[in-house]
Design a protein around this ligand. Structure first.
Ligand code: RB5
Length: 149
């Protein structure tokens, strides 16, 4: 399947800086524009700062989708899911990455750079980029998220 060409905002902390750089190249090679919200080195930083940058841009609609990475992916997913309209999915297996798009219309993919290897990270990203939302009954379900704020 052809990947959606909608631009991506990407961010990470030091725990996944190297993986973020590889993902940027991988995504750009697919002809998709990638905006880098940092961090820009392996120096230690606080993941909420970068998670909030990316999640706020997705929350307000400036970017339709984003990718966040930290050591485990847990901190970034906790931060991102505090923002309205953000549906961040922490994935470390292919089935979850695909189903997070099909059933949950996930708009932020979260990966743990210390949990999964580069090959799997690229494969999960490829699948996530290519998989559309199923809509239908799943749309009714995610619309209920707005009543929870
Ligand atoms: C940084 O050491 C680490 O705590 C962070 O990358 C992440 O795993 C937090 O959830």
């Amino acid at each position: 399947m052809e990947a959606d060409k909608t631009p991506i905002i990407i961010g990470c902390d030091h725990g996944a800086y190297d993986l973020k750089e590889k993902l940027k190249t991988f995504i750009a090679e697919k002809g998709i524009e990638v905006e880098d919200a940092g961090t820009h080195s392996q120096d230690s930083v606080d993941y909420p700062d970068f998670g909030a940058k990316v999640a706020s841009l997705v929350s307000t609609g400036k970017f339709k989708r984003g990718i966040l990475l930290c050591g485990t992916g847990i901190g970034m997913s906790m931060v991102a899911n505090r923002f309205p309209h953000v549906r961040a999915a922490l994935c470390s297996d292919l089935f979850s990455a695909i189903m997070s798009r099909r059933h949950n219309d996930s708009n932020i993919l979260v990966l743990g750079g210390r949990v999964i290897g580069e090959g799997l990270a690229l494969e999960l990203t490829r699948a996530w980029l290519e998989t559309p939302f199923d809509g239908g009954r799943h749309l009714i379900r995610i619309e209920k998220f707005d009543q929870l704020d």
